[in-house]
Design a protein. Structure first.
Ligand SMILES: Cc1cc2nc3c(=O)[nH]c(=O)nc-3n(C[C@H](O)[C@H](O)[C@H](O)COP(=O)(O)O)c2cc1C
Length: 193
């Protein structure tokens, strides 16, 4: 597969992601996007990654609501007092829902699907950022999940974990700094102070 616009996230010209080790270092959250549309085939590859992500007991209970309507994206951006504003400028947003009746690990399943989409997007040179929904509120104190439910009409068994906004980066994000990694949080054999 050809990697397009990888330069926008890895700061190298004409260079595809080479391996997963590089991908995990160069994927960074992107909250400012260009006007460039996301190709329908690329979007399908991103959604495919979500549908291939692992789930507890392999229930695959998640649902994904794909939105590119500008007005709806604007509404999404107003779904939190803080932290959701970037969604207004996203080209596409995917609302990630879990089925709380089908699985007791729906939050884990939804989270893994969301982050799998983020890595797939990064591999395609497409930026993304997670907007937390579960446990968050609008500026008027309404649960963000309830706010979205009214907008999107999903049933009571489904709960939104997050919204992932996608688009081509209009900002340069540096790869993660190898020296800043918290190796002290890794404990070998048992917990060590
Ligand atoms: C569980 C979770 C919740 C997050 N919620 C938000 C959010 O609501 N709004 C936002 O702008 N970024 C959100 N982020 C993105 C983080 O702020 C970001 O991943 C972190 O600052 C590290 O930066 P990086 O992704 O560029 O490495 C969230 C990330 C995770 C994993």
């Amino acid at each position: 597969m050809q990697c397009r616009n990888a330069a926008l996230i890895n700061n190298e010209s004409d260079n595809c992601m080479k391996d997963f080790k590089t991908l995990v270092q160069t994927r960074r959250s992107v909250r400012k996007f260009t006007d460039k549309e996301i190709d329908a085939d690329d979007l399908k590859v991103i959604l495919r990654a979500a549908l291939m992500s692992p789930t507890g007991k392999s229930v695959r209970g998640w649902h994904f609501i794909v939105v590119d309507d500008k007005d709806m994206l604007q509404r999404f951006s107003e779904g939190r007092a803080m932290g959701s504003q970037f969604l207004a400028g996203a080209k596409v947003a995917v609302v990630v829902l879990g089925d709380q009746e089908l699985s007791d690990v729906w939050t884990e399943d939804a989270s893994i699907a969301a982050v799998t989409m983020q890595y797939q997007a990064a591999d395609l040179g497409i930026g993304s950022c997670w907007c937390q929904v579960r446990g968050r509120f609008t500026k008027d104190g309404e649960a963000t999940d309830s706010y979205l439910r009214t907008l999107l009409g999903y049933p009571a068994n489904l709960v939104a974990e997050c919204i992932v906004g996608f688009g081509y980066a209009d900002v340069e994000r540096k790869p993660q700094n190898e020296d800043g990694l918290k190796w002290e949080n890794v404990h070998i054999g048992a917990y060590n102070e």
